[in-house]
Design a binder for this molecule. Structure first.
Ligand code: EPU
Length: 343
């Protein structure tokens, strides 16, 4: 099989392909428009014994260095209805579609289930990897199954929701299948008579301020957009990766100890023995909110978001995250875990 019809570029600047917008170079970048492209790309990777990396929207990746291997830029497109009944619709969406555009399309059709996930940057194929979530909803609530290309066997495989082993910002694709599959499409189930979930404090507040007590899907979506825009920077204007760290889950003993010292510390019970604490609160409390050194900083409105004011390097962003980690360990005895992948 020939590689000649693959779209291949060499020595590519990655600044515009990842939302932190730090400068880094990729040895080779291949655009993937079809399953055949994937097959050919992996033949090339095998021939050259090259390292490879799958790129979606670049919203959850930080390049601290150049990447000499092959980057596959997933551009698979297409949305199709595979089943429709009176009360639901099953949609199959190719991995290269833009997530937020999908949300807006579904909302415009009156299909409910992903309206709380508006404005999350990135592509559809990346959504299951960290089980994207916001305002009380997660992808795992609507995902029926997904198709993935198995790199070793060069075959397609379907994963049911259960087989994805979803958790909070977790899936099997982040753990033992990491680097072994390319997600090519998702199938999601959306409801036609959906009852929107707007229990999340900030959402409720926006809706109440508009006098809305029984919001439609569209109204919830608009409230989500308003809340996100008020706190989270637009990556097209200010480089960022959304939440840089996961919210840590800590032992209830430690939580109670911290509560004595910091009566306002927020915490959400996860199990009888575990409490999830907002990393944004910890980082804010430790005095980092609005911190800036050179062009690397901590967002003024949400301490969980690290921002690149223009020319910060990936290493500078990483070093800042490392200093924050150390400070939180020292001040609270809590180990923060990055949500962002470091390359
Ligand atoms: N907080 C502060 N200071 C800050 C930031 C937050 O005190 O600078 C406090 C808030 O007052 C609030 C709590 O921390 O009591 C939680 O804050 P927020 O509602 O902003 O949510 P979060 O826990 O910081 C998570 C997700 C977001 C998601 C929002 C809404 C993670 C790591 N992050 O943030 O997801 O949009 O909830 O559901 O779970 C992302 O993953 O990239 C992301 C943006």
């Amino acid at each position: 099989m020939s590689n000649t019809d693959l779209s291949i570029s060499r020595n590519v600047d990655l600044a515009d392909l990842a939302t932190m917008h730090v400068s880094a170079k990729a040895g080779t970048l291949i655009e993937i428009h079809s399953i055949e492209d994937l097959q050919r790309a992996f033949e090339l990777i095998k021939q050259q014994d090259a390292e490879f990396l799958i790129l979606g929207g670049g919203s959850n990746i930080l390049f601290v260095d150049d990447f000499d291997g092959v980057i596959l830029n997933i551009k698979l497109k297409g949305i199709s209805i595979i089943e429709e009944t009176e009360d639901h619709v099953l949609l199959k969406i190719a991995a290269g579609e833009n997530w937020h555009e999908l949300v807006m399309y579904c909302v415009s059709q009156g299909w409910g289930g992903i309206e709380n996930l508006a404005l999350i940057p990135g592509k559809v194929g990346a959504a299951p990897i960290q089980n994207i979530g916001a305002y009380g909803a997660e992808l795992s609530d609507v995902l029926v199954e997904l198709d993935a290309w198995m790199i070793e066997t060069q075959t397609n495989n379907t994963f049911s929701n259960a087989e994805c082993k979803f958790g909070y910002r977790e899936s099997v694709f982040k753990s033992h299948l990491k680097g072994k599959v390319v997600i090519t499409s998702l199938t999601i189930r959306l409801a036609k008579n959906h009852i929107p979930n707007f229990e999340y404090g900030a959402l409720k507040a926006v809706l109440e301020s508009r006098g809305i007590t029984k919001p439609s899907i569209k109204q919830v979506c608009e409230a989500v957009i308003e809340v996100r825009q008020s706190k989270l920077p637009d990556p097209n204007e200010l480089g960022n990766n959304g939440s840089f760290f996961k919210n840590p889950v800590i032992d209830v003993f430690l939580f109670n100890e911290l509560k004595q010292k910091y009566p306002n510390i927020p915490g959400y019970p996860v199990t009888e023995h575990q409490v999830k604490v907002p990393a944004g609160w910890l980082i804010d409390q430790a005095g980092w909110k609005g911190y800036r050194e050179g062009d690397a900083g901590v967002h003024k409105k949400q301490a969980l978001v690290l921002v690149n004011y223009g020319n910060a390097t990936g290493q500078e962003m990483y070093d800042l995250s490392e200093r924050i980690k150390q400070d939180i360990r020292k001040k609270f005895g809590i180990e923060l875990v990055r949500e962002v992948n470091i390359v």
